[in-house]
Design a protein around this ligand. Structure first.
Ligand SMILES: NC(=O)c1ccc[n+]([C@@H]2O[C@H](COP(=O)([O-])OP(=O)(O)OC[C@H]3O[C@@H](n4cnc5c(N)ncnc54)[C@H](O)[C@@H]3O)[C@@H](O)[C@H]2O)c1
Length: 354
């Protein structure tokens, strides 16, 4: 592949993918387009340019901006307003225009260039009600998914691609699901190798985590800066669980898919840490305490927030049996790597303090 465009490439996921591609694919030109909407993304620009990656300030909502990139062979779409709460408390129009129309503009550009595409979708495409009402076992530090579920595609191994798709999923989740539906049509109508990954929580260095998005960094930074935290919803006990995937494990998958996109251009793929790489808030607090040596005051708020769910675990057995990919880095390693990055980076610390 000669030229790869990464939209949203100054963000957490995009910048890490861009740098790894530049390092691994010699002779490949990597170009990043980003409008720097996310606080912190501008700090990634010098990091990208130092690696010889071209940065273009542009907006995926605007096809003319994408066209300034010129001929491409592949596109990795990482741009988004990625916060679940943004749909309700934020700028819903921006969310829809970027996450849905932006993704369609990217697909349209791929069509014009006869290029392949990888789309970073989310576990949030799965409807909320069946996840709130599923059978849970309450353990000392976490909720566990019981094996006795009434819904297809749900077990103690997590949510699989068989999970029923009817019902509300948050406005954020709906923008990503609607984009998936359109991309599937582009894949079919124009025979384009378009790959769709539904990711659980992705975490690691260079993520500018905030209270509503990027929990691993937000929780760790709060410990470093001794900022009080809160367990919100589900009884206020901090037993809610998410799986986490280290950015390095996601990059490994993207490299595998780039090597043979046509092979992966069918259906959708759940990509996450799974039950083995998952954590509750209580457990995350303990890990952050161990790594920073600091303890913070933690309050509780009994009211569950809009679109929140008690447990999300990706069942990735389909992907693993298809290509052998499996995430390897533990939650402890994720938090350790974030701490190593943050303790030496004054600029990032300053930003995460505000
Ligand atoms: N981080 C996660 O836990 C997670 C989980 C599942 C899926 N995803 C998906 O992965 C992708 C990357 O997420 P991230 O964590 O890197 O988020 P991020 O906010 O760090 O990166 C997104 C980037 O998109 C840019 N952007 C926003 N609007 C834009 C626009 N209109 N035009 C051009 N650029 C724009 C932002 O400036 C930012 O740099 C997103 O599609 C997100 O939905 C992320």
């Amino acid at each position: 592949m000669k030229r790869i465009l990464i939209t949203g490439g100054a963000g957490f996921v995009g910048s890490n993918i861009a740098i790894e591609l530049k390092t691994h694919l010699s002779g490949t030109d990597v170009v990043v387009l980003d409008n720097l909407y996310r606080k912190g993304s501008s700090l990634n620009v010098p990091r990208l340019e130092k690696q010889g990656i071209k940065f273009i300030k542009g907006d995926v909502r605007n096809p003319q901006d994408i066209a300034t990139v010129g001929k491409i062979d592949f596109l990795i779409e990482c741009s988004a307003e990625p916060s679940v709460l943004a749909g309700k408390d934020g700028d819903t129009d921006y969310l829809v225009q970027t996450n849905l129309y932006g993704a369609i503009n990217c697909a349209e550009y791929c069509r014009k260039n006869n290029a392949g595409m990888i789309f970073l979708s989310t576990s949030r495409v799965y409807p909320i009600d069946p996840l709130v009402n599923c059978k849970l076992d309450e353990k000392t530090t976490r909720f566990e998914l019981s094996d006795k579920q009434k819904v297809a595609g749900l077990s103690s191994k997590g949510v699989s691609e068989e999970f029923p798709m009817d019902g509300a999923r948050s406005i954020y989740g709906a923008t990503k699901y609607a984009a998936e539906v359109m991309l599937e049509e582009y894949r079919q109508a124009f025979s384009l190798p378009i790959v769709i990954n539904r990711c659980g929580v992705i975490a690691g260095p260079w993520q500018f985590g905030k209270v509503d998005q990027g929990i691993a960094v937000y929780w760790l930074a709060s410990h470093m800066f001794e900022r009080p935290l809160k367990y919100i919803g589900f009884g206020g006990t901090g037993k809610q669980v998410r799986d986490m995937i280290h950015i390095d494990d996601l990059v490994k998958l993207v490299l595998m898919q780039l090597n043979d996109p046509a092979k992966f251009a069918k259906g959708v793929w759940n990509a996450g840490g799974g039950r083995d790489i998952s954590v509750s808030l209580v457990e995350l607090t303990e890990i952050c305490h161990r790594i920073t040596g600091k303890e913070v005051q933690i309050g509780s708020d009994l009211e569950t927030r809009y679109a929140d769910i008690p447990v999300y675990i990706s069942d990735t057995r389909k992907l693993t049996s298809f290509c052998g990919w499996k995430p390897g880095k533990s939650v402890e390693k994720i938090i350790y790597d974030i701490h190593e990055w943050l303790k030496d980076n004054q600029e990032a610390q300053k930003l995460l303090k505000t």
